[in-house]
Design a protein. Structure first.
Length: 262
């Protein structure tokens, strides 16, 4: 496929993904979601492992912000995008820890709010690195607003007894569908895309660990799947920190112009 056909494919997948949730009934928050397997208290901290396992988010977020100035593995045009991503990661550590101290819908808002900017900022980073930095810059603020609004809508819908997770689910999962497509279909400006694939792999592992929270606790007798989910997700964000330090931009001159290649 030429570039035009690949872009049309992205638009088609995006349109179908945006339509699909509205063909489904409302999805309220399942109260059982808050019943995590590991409820051990230690050092005066309730749900100890679920709380303290958020510390790596804070560490990785700060490490990413510190690595940005002068980093060879970034595009200067996307500096704000990287900063919002790492700030969102750091704040996710705080918000998720607060939620896990006393899990309910009220505290879950503070877990989800910082995650949506991180999702959207990473999405626009990939768009900028593989498609067009101008497009990424134009999309950043609208996507951030949509992400925050999806959490606000979910919280409001729960408060009036009409709980609806569909917009939030779209904000979380659409980027994770589109990003692999973009990586496969469009060349990167950098000499390696492995760190981005590693980030996606860590995210997939995190979702898997989340689903097997109790079986993992029963297997290990020490820790459940949800704390391990936090560690896997933080490791994924750490892959972007490593990319900022190690990868390099690569140019290939073709047809009298600059083309970007893997």
């Amino acid at each position: 496929m030429n570039r035009t056909h690949r872009i049309r494919l992205l638009w088609a997948v995006t349109a179908a993904s945006l339509l699909l949730p509205w063909l489904l009934p409302r999805i309220p928050q399942d109260p059982a979601y808050h019943a995590f397997a590991d409820r051990v208290a230690a050092l005066g901290i309730a749900n100890f492992w679920n709380v303290v396992s958020n510390l790596p988010f804070l560490v990785v977020g700060i490490a990413g912000l510190r690595a940005l100035p002068g980093a060879p593995g970034k595009l200067p045009e996307l500096d704000l995008h990287y900063r919002i991503f790492f700030l969102g990661v750091a704040l996710t550590g705080l918000g998720s820890a607060y939620y896990h101290l006393a899990p309910d819908n009220g505290t879950l808002v503070w877990d989800r709010l910082p995650m949506t900017p991180a999702f959207m900022a990473f999405f626009t980073v990939v768009i900028g690195e593989h498609l067009d930095t101008g497009l990424a810059n134009r999309l950043l603020m609208p996507l951030l607003a949509l992400g925050v609004a999806s959490v606000g809508y979910w919280h409001w819908s729960e408060s009036v007894g009409l709980g609806d997770l569909r917009p939030y689910g779209l904000v979380q999962f659409l980027p994770m569908l589109m990003i692999p497509l973009i990586l496969l279909l469009f060349p990167s400006r950098f000499d390696s895309v492995r760190p981005l694939w590693a980030l996606i792999g860590c995210y997939a592992l995190a979702k898997l660990l989340e689903q097997f929270d109790r079986p993992i606790l029963e297997l290990t007798g020490v820790i459940g799947g949800h704390p391990l989910k936090h560690l896997a997700a933080a490791a994924g964000a750490g892959c972007l920190v490593a990319a900022l330090k190690r990868r390099r931009q690569r140019r290939r001159i073709a047809g009298g112009g600059i083309r970007w290649d893997r």
